[in-house]
Design a protein around this ligand. Structure first.
Ligand code: FCB
Length: 468
């Protein structure tokens, strides 16, 4: 039994609420040089000294490229409705343009079919950061041509698997690609230039909008959206300086992405702040970015505390911290969701990532990750609270299904609800996974009470087919 009881959990989730787990290609697949896959910017980045904390790489990762069938069974065993994963662009189109790699497309085709055969809805992200390295050689996301290559890639993938996936997400966390990849340079491709970063953010948004237009012209049936990393920003003190800085940071992380998508314009204060580093925008770009979304994906981990003096010591708040030194701040998720509803005409929202890294204590084959269970439990309650106040949240996905390559932190930080032994590739359900499974079982029992008609239909069908 888990240490935290399921019975005390909120029960107001509607019967069609989608529960899931999430991963991304580079973080779990491995098979980096197999079956015609081209290199990505992350393959190249990992070869540089001192950029990954444990000097690791994604050559093998969780070896999901070979173990996907067992992984699908494991996902099914958790009782989730959906699995969010990403397509490795260089696996399916090694140069990022032109020729397609059939073996790469076949891999995802089989994965999608296996998920469906196990009653799990595939939710697909097209860009979870692993841009084909060949495109980086011609400027990557800073080059406007990449926008058009992305649209072609999106269409190619969607034509192959779009008939069987429930959701297609253009980009995961464009702020991370732009800012961490091109301004601070701590992520691939490791560029440190603010003007480049702002141009990249614009190209990511533009490619998102143009891809949505192209997919709709193709009459794609999957739900179409984008995933943003969002956090409420709190000033460290009441000082005017801290408040002004907080407003700016809110502009850079939230409004820079939300305003053009929902209001057709970049925020004036941020444009002014960027000055000559503001992006070059062509006529028609903003109209293209503002496509109607079927859903907005929100990744939430913690709040941000902003000090005009520079860095703020997270230990000051006295709140529990995760192994990433991120505060455990579930009320921030409710606050964020209420703010989204207040300030924007939001479509249905899916919490596409939420979870925590902790140092797991592996004892006699069991991982008692009580802190992670508590984290998930509190954040699910925070979602429930926002829903009670009218925010249209329709799904929640745990980051992550299993421990994996945590970018610049390498394998040192473990976010999984399933433990991965990287020597043997053995997967072991942590207590948090067992808790999530029990929680979902309870949700399903509730669903059956809510939908008695469907329940009896299902029972009739089983009797008719002699099932069980
Ligand atoms: C998010 C990323 C995801 C994972 C989590 C911890 O920013 O989308 O790949 O690294 O953080």
């Amino acid at each position: 039994m888990t240490d935290l009881q399921v019975s005390s959990m909120p029960q107001n989730f509607p019967p069609d609420f989608v529960w899931g787990v999430a991963t991304s290609a580079f973080q779990i697949e491995g098979g980096a040089q197999l079956d015609g896959k081209g290199p990505s910017i992350w393959d190249r980045f990992c070869q540089q000294p001192h950029v990954i904390a444990d000097a690791s790489h994604g050559l093998v990762a969780c070896d999901h490229y070979h173990r996907w069938q067992d992984d699908v069974k494991m996902i099914h065993g958790l009782g989730v409705d959906a699995y969010r994963f990403s397509i490795s662009w260089p696996r399916v189109q090694p140069l990022g343009q032109g020729a397609w790699n059939t073996q790469g497309l076949d891999f995802y085709d089989r994965l999608v079919d296996a998920l469906l055969a196990h009653n799990v809805s595939p939710s697909v992200t097209l860009n979870h950061w692993d841009l084909p390295d060949a495109l980086q050689q011609t400027g990557g996301w800073a080059n406007r041509e990449t926008v058009h290559h992305f649209v072609e890639y999106a269409q190619g993938v969607a034509r192959r698997i779009g008939d069987r996936v429930s959701a297609l997400t253009t980009h995961n966390e464009p702020w991370v690609v732009a800012h961490l990849g091109h301004e601070s340079g701590i992520f691939a491709p490791g560029i440190k230039n603010r003007a480049t970063a702002s141009q990249v953010s614009h190209h990511l948004l533009l490619s998102h909008g143009l891809a949505l237009q192209a997919l709709r012209a193709d009459r794609q049936q999957a739900q179409l959206g984008i995933v943003l990393n969002l956090a409420p920003m709190h000033p460290a003190t009441d000082s005017a300086e801290d408040q002004a800085k907080t407003k700016l940071e809110d502009g850079l992380l939230l409004r820079w992405y939300l305003d053009p998508i929902f209001n057709g314009a970049y925020p004036e204060d941020v444009l002014e702040h960027l000055g000559r580093d503001a992006p070059q925008i062509q006529s028609g770009d903003l109209a293209a970015i503002g496509q109607t979304l079927d859903f907005l994906g929100v990744n939430y981990y913690s709040r941000s505390v902003v000090s005009a003096k520079g860095t703020w010591d997270v230990k000051q708040s006295g709140l529990p911290l995760t192994d990433m030194s991120w505060e455990v701040y579930p009320q921030g998720l409710t606050e964020l969701l209420l703010r989204l509803k207040k300030d924007y005409p939001v479509p249905p929202i899916v919490i596409t990532e939420n979870g925590a890294a902790f140092v797991d204590d592996f004892q006699n084959g069991r991982i008692k990750d009580t802190q992670r269970t508590s984290y998930l439990r509190q954040h699910i309650a925070a979602v429930s609270s926002a829903m009670k106040q009218g925010v249209p949240v329709v799904g929640y996905m745990v980051w992550s299904l299993m421990d994996n390559f945590e970018w610049a932190s390498g394998y040192a930080k473990r976010f999984g609800i399933v433990h991965v032994d990287y020597e043997t590739q053995q997967r072991t359900l942590k207590d948090s996974a067992i808790w999530y499974r029990e929680f979902l079982t309870a949700q399903k029992a509730q669903r059956n009470l809510d939908r008695p008609a469907e329940k009896s239909l299902a029972a009739e069908k089983q009797t008719a087919t002699g099932d069980r």
